[in-house]
Design a protein around this ligand. Structure first.
Ligand SMILES: *Cc1c(COP(=O)(O)O)cnc(C)c1O
Length: 378
C-alpha cells in the first residue's frame, strides 16, 4: 500500500467550496494586504487561544523575529533556545543581531530540559524560547520560574503546536508571546505563507503591529525602521475557515497517534512518543526513534511508505552556526535524537488501513534487520 507522508489535497477537498467563496470575497473587496479579513482572523484566533491579542504576520519566522525585536533583543545579546528545532528559531535570534545559546532537550518529551536552563543564563541573556516540538508543549512552569527569577521573558515557539495544551492552557498563551506559523503543512495551515503572534500584552502587540507595517504608527508616519511582514488578506480569510476545523483535525491526529502507539508499542526497538501527563499533544509530527534510521527510511520508501526526518542535523551542528563553536557532543540528547528520529505519515485524513500498513511495514523492516545486529553483538 502506498502511504504519503502528508496529503494536502485530501485535507482541502471537503472544504473546497467554502475556501473558494472566501477567496472570492477577498477579491470582491480588494482586501489583499492586511485589512479586514486579517483583522477578523486575528480576533477568531485570539478567542480560540484565549488570549487578548493576535497579530497576523507573513510567516512564523517573522513571528519569532518581530517578537524578539519587540522585546528589544539586539546586537551583543543572547537568546536561549534548543538545538532540536527548525532552523527558523535560531535564525530569528541571529536576525536581531543576537546569538543563540542552546540548552539540550529532555529525552522523553524532546523539549527544553528545564534542569539545564539556569546554567545557560548569563548577563547577556535577553530571552528564552522553548520550542513545542512535534505538537507537545515544553514543560513551561519550571522554565517560567527560572525565567522570572532572572527577569527574563519567555517566548513560545508554538509553530508546531496549534491547539496544544499545557496544564489546560493553550500553547502560545503561557509565555509573554507565542509564535505561530500557518505554513500549509502545519496543523492550522494557510494556502501559502502566513504566521502570527499571540499575547496578552497590549504594548508588545502594538509594537509588533508597527514593525510589521514599515514602522508606521500612522500612514506615512514612520516612528521606527520596520519591515513588511503583513499577512495576506486571502490567507486571513482562508485561516478563519480552517480554524473551525482545527479541533476536529487535532482529535483525528490524536486518534491516529493512539493507534500507532498500540501497534508499535510491543516492539522494544521502537521508541514511541511520550505525552507528558500535563500536556495535550497535537501530533503535528508523529516521530518514533529507531536504530539504523536512514536504512529503515529507505526500506520504507521502497515499500511505498513515505516518512520524513525532523530534523537530521541539530541546529548547533549546522554549517551556518559553525562560528558558535559548538562541537559534536555538546548536546548529546539532541544529537542522538537527530540520528534516531523517524517521522511516520501523520495527517487528519490518514485512514486506519494506512496506519496498519505503516506499522506492519516498519515492524517488518526492523525484524528483517535484526539477525544482522544480533550477529554484530556476538
Ligand atoms: C515552521 C516552523 C517555524 C517557521 O515558520 P515559517 O512559517 O515556515 O516561517 C519556526 N519554528 C518551528 C518549530 C517550525 O516548525
Amino acid at each position: 500500500m502506498k502511504v504519503p507522508f502528508l496529503d494536502l489535497q485530501a485535507h482541502h477537498q471537503p472544504i473546497r467550496e467554502q475556501i473558494d467563496a472566501a477567496i472570492g470575497d477577498v477579491i470582491d473587496k480588494s482586501a489583499f494586504a492586511g485589512g479586514p479579513f486579517v483583522a477578523a482572523f486575528e480576533s477568531d484566533f485570539a478567542r480560540y487561544c484565549g488570549c487578548k491579542h493576535v497579530v497576523g504576520l507573513g510567516n512564523g519566522t517573522d513571528a519569532l523575529w518581530l517578537s524578539l525585536l519587540a522585546l528589544q533583543v539586539g546586537p551583543g545579546d543572547e537568546v536561549i533556545t534548543v538545538p532540536s528545532t527548525f532552523m527558523a528559531t535560531a535564525e530569528a535570534i541571529s536576525y536581531c543581531g543576537a546569538r543563540p545559546r542552546f540548552v539540550d532537550i529532555d529525552e522523553q518529551t524532546y523539549t527544553m530540559d528545564p534542569a539545564l536552563l539556569e546554567r545557560a543564563i548569563n548577563p547577556r541573556t535577553k530571552a528564552i524560547i522553548p520550542v513545542h516540538l512535534f505538537g507537545q508543549c515544553a514543560d513551561m512552569d519550571p522554565i517560567l520560574d527560572i525565567a522570572s527569577k532572572h527577569g527574563l521573558p519567555v517566548v513560545e515557539d508554538a509553530c508546531q503546536a496549534h491547539g496544544a495544551q499545557y496544564k489546560g492552557r493553550k500553547a502560545g498563551t503561557v509565555g509573554v508571546l507565542g509564535c505561530f506559523s500557518f505554513y500549509p503543512g502545519k496543523n492550522l495551515g494557510a494556502l501559502g505563507e502566513a504566521g502570527g503572534v499571540t499575547t496578552d500584552d497590549k504594548e508588545l502587540a502594538a509594537r509588533i503591529q508597527v514593525f510589521r507595517d514599515h514602522g508606521q504608527h500612522r500612514k506615512y508616519h514612520h516612528s521606527l525602521v520596520g519591515w513588511n511582514a503583513r499577512m495576506d488578506g486571502i490567507q486571513g480569510a482562508v485561516l478563519s475557515i480552517k480554524l473551525k476545523h482545527l479541533d476536529v483535525n487535532n482529535l483525528r491526529r490524536q486518534a491516529h497517534a493512539l493507534l500507532y502507539d498500540q501497534l508499535l508499542g510491543d516492539m522494544e526497538e521502537i521508541i514511541t512518543p511520550f505525552e507528558a501527563p500535563h500536556n495535550r499533544h497535537v501530533y503535528h509530527v508523529y516521530s518514533v526513534r529507531v536504530q539504523e534510521r536512514n536504512q529503515i527510511l529507505q526500506a520504507l520508501a521502497d515499500r511505498g511508505i513515505s516518512c520524513a526526518i525532523h530534523y537530521p542535523i541539530p541546529v548547533h551542528l549546522q554549517e551556518a552556526y559553525r562560528f558558535l563553536g559548538c562541537d559534536e557532543g555538546s548536546f548529546p540528547i539532541a544529537e542522538r535524537c537527530a540520528q534516531e528520529f523517524l517521522s511516520l505519515p501523520m495527517f487528519p485524513e490518514l485512514t486506519n488501513e494506512q496506519i496498519y500498513a505503516v506499522a506492519a511495514e516498519l515492524k517488518s523492516c526492523i525484524s528483517g534487520r535484526k539477525p544482522q545486529s544480533n550477529c554484530l553483538k556476538q
